[in-house]
Design a protein around this ligand. Structure first.
Ligand SMILES: CC(C)(COP(=O)(O)OP(=O)(O)OC[C@H]1O[C@@H](n2cnc3c(N)ncnc32)[C@H](O)[C@@H]1OP(=O)(O)O)[C@@H](O)C(=O)NCCC(=O)NCCS
Length: 188
């Protein structure tokens, strides 16, 4: 698999309440730094269901994106942005665990709340799994807040199985503990 910055992967339209929403899934490029930072900080405000719950700075985001693109070039990671009506409003990744777990990829995904429940997350996870196979990923692993019912539903629908729950593994900003549910899917 060859990485090329900004490479388009999938494009489709969604009709919602008389409006047309244009969705494009593509690879990232360094010039996306500002847009990704803006989207990540927005999504972090909107949901409690992400492990990363701190604001990121431009400098942190640039380093993260540079490292991500390098990992994509060496076939260790897939990162796909969702450009929705021309703005980056979602993204997802699968990253190889390395070593004896090189064939195992950790999946993460987050969409801006206003674009949830339209089928975009389902399509992005399907694409991530297909792209992951191309870099040699055979097993996908993920975890979610135990009470994240929507994510759980989507993962179950896509064939993920439950491995178990680690009690108290996540703590909300208000100090409340939550279980972390671990799921997996054998791809090949
Ligand atoms: C979780 C997430 C990726 C799912 O993507 P999405 O585009 O919203 O999901 P889709 O529209 O493809 O599917 C949503 C499904 O969940 C269902 N759903 C919505 N709310 C639900 C709830 N509270 N309980 C159970 N199911 C729910 C919908 O009915 C739909 O089911 P269907 O496909 O069988 O009709 C997205 O909502 C998101 O990014 N949320 C915020 C961050 C997050 O939770 N990330 C995951 C961290 S592990």
């Amino acid at each position: 698999m060859k990485f090329s910055p900004g490479k388009p992967l999938e494009e489709f339209m969604i009709e919602k309440k008389g409006k047309t929403i244009h969705v494009k899934f593509r690879y990232p490029r360094m010039s996306d730094t500002e847009e990704i930072m803006r989207y990540i900080n927005a999504v972090t405000r909107e949901t409690e269901f992400l492990r990363n719950n701190k604001r990121v700075t431009r400098k942190e985001e640039a380093k993260w994106l540079r490292d991500t693109i390098n990992a994509m070039k060496t076939g260790k990671k897939i990162y796909i942005v969702a450009e929705i009506n021309g703005r980056i409003s979602g993204s997802g990744s699968v990253e190889s665990m390395g070593g004896a777990g090189s064939h195992v990829g950790i999946l993460g995904i987050a969409l801006r709340e206003k674009y949830t429940n339209m089928g975009i997350g389902t399509r992005l996870i399907e694409l991530l799994m297909n792209e992951a196979i191309k870099i040699g990923i055979e097993v996908i692993k993920l975890s979610h807040y135990e009470n994240n019912k929507r994510a759980r539903h989507v993962y179950e629908k896509l064939g993920f199985r439950h491995a178990g729950v680690i009690p108290k593994a996540r703590k909300s900003r208000n100090g409340k503990y939550h279980g972390e549910a671990i799921m997996y899917r054998i791809l090949v």
